[in-house]
Ligand binder design. Structure first.
Ligand code: NG1
Ligand code: ZN
Length: 537
């Protein structure tokens, strides 16, 4: 049961910083690491409550700040199925984090217990992991104090990628419980085994491609990809040739610095230290390995980015073809955000003739929308995404009866893809294998992949404002409703540019307002972004 005196006593060691107002946003709590100890202690308590509420199912907790600077950190909770925490509980997280005193904290806990009819005597368990940030161990210690204070079983997974934590949480709840071994080792082994086997199935006996350079952002993706690739090549040598760069997780100051998926996507240039030769294949992960973007330079030495939109187009195109060939009655849909390039949207709708939905930024919106299709492909332009196969689709794919040899082959391939993609959350390593498997099946170069459509020139800029909360949006964040009159001014500017599009929204993870612009030339879209930023400032 819950011992409130014990919680109060433990909480005294983690006083809330008076002046800070915390918000559980699209990526959980995220900020400078030194402000997070009290928050993470309390998140341990919330995890315990959530587990009790859900009949002792295992809850996951990840300590990471993804692509943010090394000095930042963050924390988020993962529900039993490996999905993001349910929305109502985000509010509880915020309430807990902001309780000013130990007594206030107890009051908030009691109100969550009573509002949810939580049986305090229920068993509960939590698994948790962290990325490679230097502030990680101290924050893990605070988390463990919180978990202990609420008398809950905790399993430390050590250093893991965010998607590994999601997958292992799902695994513990829905797959056969592992009989032996430490969770820390199992969370690696089960993950490598699953994706390595699925990769071989999906690749079949098609010849492999040229090596791919992977910029691991000097983060957790480096050691994990290294081990995964070893696992893959143990089954069949040389089917995947990865050359990992920016793999220094021990030197301070290197994480995400001038490298990684966010740096490459935002700057539209390769990471520091990587000079590309024509047609050399490369990709960048982010700091917790849940995003990936691919890139190369073409024969004119032009840098070409294959971002989340391109991944979605590649995945949707391949899956649609397989579904057609298989003769199965399965619908496919794609989910994007306002940041999706206009050309990608047009390509999906007009060429692939696939329904496309636009939702607000944030994985939970994309994920939930994607669940409405038999096969839901969702990717944010920044490279975060996955493919969801509904129970209905899985059922059809796995119970397909006697068919022609060609249909049989397509169904086998679809089966392999369902296993190769991490369906709990966007996963840079699983996405890498997924993309690579499609390219191997198609025997495509990056140039062939890229040729599906040409991106409209685009620009994303950040504007630091006094109070970003005054910016309110509607229409999947594409239209501002407040401050009043601003949208009309933006519309007027946009109308002056061919293929112009621009929108403004407050970031959910940083204290900035983001301005996105698109137009038919780079010069135009830079100018448009600059002018819109001027309106916001
Ligand atoms: P914010 O800071 O709300 O724009 C960023 C990304 C999101 C998502 C979250 C979570 C952009 C423009 N925004 O959100 O797509 O990945 O971080 O990490 O890339
Ligand atoms: Zn990330």
């Amino acid at each position: 049961t819950i011992d409130y005196d014990k919680i109060k006593e433990a909480s005294a060691k983690y006083p809330k910083l008076k002046e800070i107002n915390y918000t559980y946003g699209t990526a959980g709590f995220r900020m400078k690491a030194e402000y997070l100890e009290s928050v993470i202690f309390r998140v341990g308590i919330l995890g315990g409550l959530r587990s009790k509420k859900l009949n002792s199912k295992v809850i996951g907790i990840m300590i990471t700040a993804s692509h943010n600077p090394e000095a930042d950190n963050g924390v988020k909770l993962v529900d039993p199925s490996g999905e993001m925490l349910e929305q109502q509980w985000e509010g509880y997280a915020t309430q807990l984090a902001n309780a000013q005193s130990d007594d206030d904290l107890i009051a908030v806990i009691k109100s969550i217990v009573s509002e949810n009819g939580i049986d305090e005597s229920k068993e509960a368990s939590i698994v948790y992991a962290r990325d490679t940030r230097p502030s990680g161990p101290k924050l893990v210690a605070a988390l463990e104090e919180g978990i202990k204070a609420i008398n809950v079983a905790g399993g430390n997974l050590g250093i893991k990628s965010t998607p590994q934590l999601h997958y292992f949480t799902y695994y513990l709840n829905y797959c056969e419980k592992p009989a032996e071994g430490s969770y820390e080792e199992l969370a690696d082994k089960l993950y490598y085994e699953k994706f390595a086997e699925a990769f071989h199935k999906a690749v079949g006996d098609n010849p492999c491609l040229s090596p791919i350079y992977i910029d691991a952002a000097n983060g957790v993706g480096a050691p994990k990809l290294k081990e995964l690739a070893e696992w893959i090549n143990k089954i069949n040598n040389n089917v995947l040739k990865v050359i990992i760069i920016n793999d220094d997780i021990n030197s301070q100051g290197k994480l995400n610095f001038q490298c990684g998926a966010d740096y490459v996507k935002t700057g539209q240039k390769p990471p520091f230290g990587l000079t590309l030769t024509t047609e050399q294949r490369a990709a960048s992960l982010d700091g917790d390995a849940d995003r990936i973007v691919f890139y190369y330079v073409d024969e004119n030495r032009t840098f070409r980015l294959l971002d989340g939109d391109k991944i979605a187009a590649l995945a949707a195109g391949f899956i649609i073809e397989l579904v057609k060939t298989s003769g199965l009655d399965i619908n496919v849909g794609v989910v994007q955000t306002a940041y999706a390039n206009g050309s990608s949207h047009a390509y999906l709708e007009k060429e692939l003739k696939v329904p496309v939905a636009c939702v607000p930024t944030g994985v939970k919106y994309l994920h939930h929308k994607a669940q409405e299709y038999d096969v839901g492909v969702y990717f944010e332009a920044n490279g975060h995404g996955t493919v969801l196969f509904s129970p209905n689709a899985l059922n059809k794919i796995h119970s397909a009866e006697k068919r022609t040899a060609e249909q049989e082959k397509a169904i086998k391939k679809l089966q392999a893809l369902t296993e190769l993609i991490n369906q709990t959350v966007g996963d840079a390593l699983s996405d890498l294998l997924f993309v690579e498997a499609i390219l191997i099946n198609r025997q495509w170069t990056f140039n062939q992949w890229n040729s599906a459509y040409t991106d409209l020139p685009n620009r994303l800029v950040k504007v630091v404002v006094e109070n970003r909360q005054i910016f309110k949006t509607t229409n999947a964040e594409r239209t501002l409703v407040e401050p009043k009159g601003l949208q009309e001014k933006i519309d007027k500017l946009v109308a002056q540019y061919k293929d112009g599009r621009s929108f403004v929204r407050p970031s959910g993870t940083e204290d900035v307002v983001r301005v996105y612009a698109e137009a038919s030339t780079q010069k135009d879209c830079d100018e448009l972004a600059f002018k819109v930023a001027g309106l916001v400032y």
